[in-house]
Ligand binder design. Structure first.
Ligand code: BDR
Ligand code: CA
Length: 308
């Protein structure tokens, strides 16, 4: 089987944790490194949570590099209200056996991508875009080593989830978002318009719970905890599968519909701060994902964690 070499840049985060479980379980993905960023919770917690997930998945061989502890320009913003104080609601936090890898995430990204073959790497990003923007600013030539970015972020028709207009990952570092979307590196963007179509409905969790093995049970614990937190904001609403959508897209693009687009970010102070603006015309360097097959999405998850 040919495998896709990927680096995952994330801020776990409950849905990042589910995303990591999917990626680390997939024989089709060669996860070469995980880089962490401040986002849902501060950097020391996102870095610990990423290592926890590696240990749970028996993948302590995957190095985890800590990256930027704050956004480029704006004040830091976190999202404990959706992820719990630990960032990993649903699991009892523990200190993983494997330490952080030596070196800074941004340095690792630059060194790896500079020594890569042409378009060798796919970079999955499920947190604020700070690390990726910093790497692009420091070393624009890393673009040569990247096939594409697969990003969870932004919103168009759905409106925002942290303000009426902005999605959390972009709002948490809009200036980084602007650098990345303007960089010329093609990005496939799993945004709220599509992630809100796939939610952890009770019948999905019942089906996951019936699978053998500890990992499906752990995933259910995470998603149940996320559902409890989500319902505090709107009764009866189930948690969207934001970050898992990146891995589902990579493994099964036929489950999605998308169009070409240009994407910009509002970086002016004001009520639209952090809003993504998506071109009306179906042309541009980026791929804006618009639809997902929720049944196929959960069937993929079951296939990934049901065997492990
Ligand atoms: C994004 O924001 C974070 O809270 C989630 O982990 C996800 O990456 C959804 O807007
Ligand atoms: Ca995230």
């Amino acid at each position: 089987m040919t495998t896709t070499p990927i680096i995952i840049d994330c801020d776990p985060g409950v849905d990042d944790a589910v995303m990591l479980m999917m990626a680390l379980a997939s024989p089709a993905l060669d996860v070469r490194a995980i880089t962490t960023v401040a986002g849902n919770v501060p950097l020391h917690l996102t870095s610990r949570n990423a290592r926890m997930m590696c240990q749970i998945m028996d993948r302590a061989d995957v190095p985890v590099f800590a990256g930027c502890p704050r956004p480029i320009l704006r004040d830091p913003v976190t999202a404990e209200h959706f992820h719990g104080d630990s960032g990993i609601a649903g699991l009892d936090p523990f200190e993983p056996d494997a330490p952080l890898a030596a070196g800074h995430a941004v340095t690792h990204l630059i060194d790896t991508l500079r020594s890569a073959g042409p378009a060798e790497y796919t970079i999955v990003v499920t947190g604020p875009l700070t690390n990726i923007a910093a790497a692009i600013v420091m070393a624009p030539d890393i673009a040569l080593g990247i096939d594409k970015l697969v990003i969870m972020g932004g919103a168009d028709s759905e409106g925002g989830n942290i303000t009426p207009f902005a999605e959390f990952n972009i709002f948490a570092d809009p200036h980084a978002g602007a650098v990345v979307f303007d960089s010329g590196i093609p990005a496939t963007i799993l945004n709220l318009d599509v992630t809100h179509q796939v939610r952890a409905e009770p019948e999905r969790l019942t089906s996951l719970r019936a699978l053998p093995g500890l990992r499906a049970a752990i995933m259910v614990q995470l998603l149940e905890a996320a559902n409890v937190l989500e319902a505090r904001w709107k009764e009866g609403r189930m948690t969207p599968m934001h970050d898992p959508a990146t891995i589902a897209y990579l493994l099964a693009p036929h489950l999605f519909e998308a169009r070409k687009a240009t994407v910009s970010v509002d970086t002016e102070a004001g009520m639209r701060f952090g809003q993504t603006r998506v071109s009306a015309l179906d042309e541009g360097p980026h791929t804006w994902v618009t639809k997902a097959d929720a049944d196929g999405f959960f069937a993929l998850i079951e296939e990934l964690v049901g065997k492990t």
